[in-house]
Design a protein. Structure first.
Length: 477
């Protein structure tokens, strides 16, 4: 019986693993070449993985929510169409099979044990919780014995101030006694209740001390030692009335919410606003867009024009093209423009136009149209949404006049493009001022006031405006 092993393909230079989010085929289902078999997700994009051959799905090597490394076998396809159902392996057989697969790909037996499916599922949760951070925090405590702790559990221990001895005492309900996320949450809840009870007792002791005199030193030391570690405040509970609909957040929605909240708490957001007269651009585009599309096979929207202006402004003000790394400022050599684009579910994603300052308007239009189209079709690659150095978002596409966008970390600035409107305006001429109808829009610049002062933030957005207002109406494209 001829078999084909469908492996997780390379999805980008920086992507080493992905989470299996769903199976699109079941064991025994026929599969055609180029037909999607399963879906995977990194921290930024979702993708379908197609079969390279015709056949029948014979075996699934991973379950939903497992973390799969690039090159690992995810599915086995029978090429001759004889779909012998494999016997369901017991736990020990599954563990052995996973280890054999790992060894086939050059991974040691010890590593394959770490990469067992249950551990990979926890690692996936840890990877999602890290969001889009460029650097991960140092790992938490690691057992000195044979007990395994997943990255998620180690991170939870580190964040809650749990040392190795305390971690080793936590009972585990996972495979081979491993501590799972649920075990950690249950322990932390119990720990918090015990700490609260001790604190209440300490308060009573303190009250008694106030009325009867100073407490003994031993009692004071005991109270000091029993104080629980400070934990972050949680969201206030929300009341749910009859008829209210409870809608779970999607995986992407959770990542966006976490990323936005972290950005606000990280950067000191300041905004500058500039109104721009884009009448010359509107008239020029109306005149050339039909010929442009006929010649290049691409639509000429306003977005590539604005992206060109931003790239030139970043060239002029390179200290807007930076990132903050602790107490260091990293000035980026490349100008990689992020472009907020809509996903089918309504969420936004930010694909990146690399070396945007090196593109002419035709190249910029091709890049903008391509990324926007593939974003709508969920066809972006992981490497296409990373390494941006500055972001542009078009709030005008939703009818907004201007907005106050949140910075896309670890960048220090983001520009919102407002809607273009015809408005009455004062027009200055050598012979005097008069009122006329002009096409105008607002540029809203949010920047990180930790490293970008008001002068730089204002001069940058003014440079974008000046470039747009001085548009050459005789320009060829």
């Amino acid at each position: 019986m001829s078999k084909f092993e469908l492996k997780l393909p390379q999805m980008g230079e920086s992507v080493a693993e992905a989470t299996l989010t769903s199976w699109l085929k079941e064991v025994g289902d026929p599969i055609e070449a180029d037909e999607a078999v399963f879906e995977i997700a990194t921290d930024k994009v979702d993708s379908e993985v197609p079969s390279e051959v015709d056949g029948v799905l014979l075996e699934k090597r991973f379950e939903v929510d497992d973390v799969v490394k690039v090159g690992q076998v995810v599915a086995v396809i029978e090429l001759n169409g004889e779909s012998d159902q494999p016997d369901a392996p017991d736990d020990s057989a599954g563990s052995t099979e996973t280890e054999d697969s790992a060894e086939t790909e050059g991974i040691s037996g010890k590593q394959s044990a770490v990469n067992a499916p249950s551990a990979e599922a926890e690692a996936a949760a840890a990877f999602v919780e890290q969001g889009e951070k460029t650097a991960r925090p140092a790992p938490g405590p690691v057992s000195h014995g044979d007990r395994f702790y997943s990255p998620l559990v180690r991170n939870m221990a580190r964040e809650e101030g749990i040392d190795q001895d305390e971690l080793d005492r936590i009972p585990g309900t996972g495979k081979e006694g491993r501590v799972t996320k649920s075990d950690m949450l249950a322990y932390l809840e119990s720990r918090g209740q015990q700490g609260a009870a001790r604190t209440e007792g300490d308060s009573r002791e303190a009250a008694a001390s106030d009325s009867t005199g100073p407490a003994p030193a031993a009692a004071s030391e005991k109270a000091q030692a029993s104080r629980p570690a400070t934990t972050p405040a949680t969201d206030s509970p929300v009341s749910i009335a009859d008829g209210d609909e409870v809608i779970p957040m999607s995986r992407m929605g959770k990542l966006i919410a976490k990323h936005m909240a972290e950005s606000v708490s990280t950067s000191a957001h300041v905004q500058s606003f500039v109104e721009v007269d884009v009448t010359r651009i509107v008239e020029w585009r109306d005149r050339v867009k039909a010929d442009f599309e006929k010649r290049e096979g691409e639509k000429l929207t306003f977005t590539p024009i604005f992206m060109e202006a931003v790239a030139k402004a970043l060239k002029k003000f390179p200290m807007m093209n930076i990132s903050v790394d602790g107490d260091r400022v990293i000035k980026k050599k490349q100008i990689n423009l992020g472009m907020a684009a809509a996903l089918p579910d309504g969420n936004l994603i930010v694909p990146v136009i690399r070396n945007a300052d090196q593109l002419n308007l035709v190249g910029m239009a091709r890049a903008v149209n391509d990324l926007a189209t593939r974003a709508r079709n969920n066809a972006l690659k992981p490497d296409e949404v990373r390494d941006g150095t500055y972001t542009v978002t078009n709030v005008g596409s939703f009818g907004s006049v201007f907005g106050t966008p949140i910075i896309n970390q670890p960048q220090v600035g983001i520009l919102a493009l407002g809607a273009i409107r015809k408005v009455p305006a004062v027009i200055e001429t050598p012979s005097g001022d008069f009122i006329g109808i002009r096409s105008k829009m607002f540029l809203s610049h949010s920047y990180d006031h930790r490293v970008v002062n008001g002068a730089l933030g204002g001069l940058f957005v003014k440079a974008v405006a000046d470039y747009l207002e001085a548009w050459d109406t005789e320009r060829d494209v």
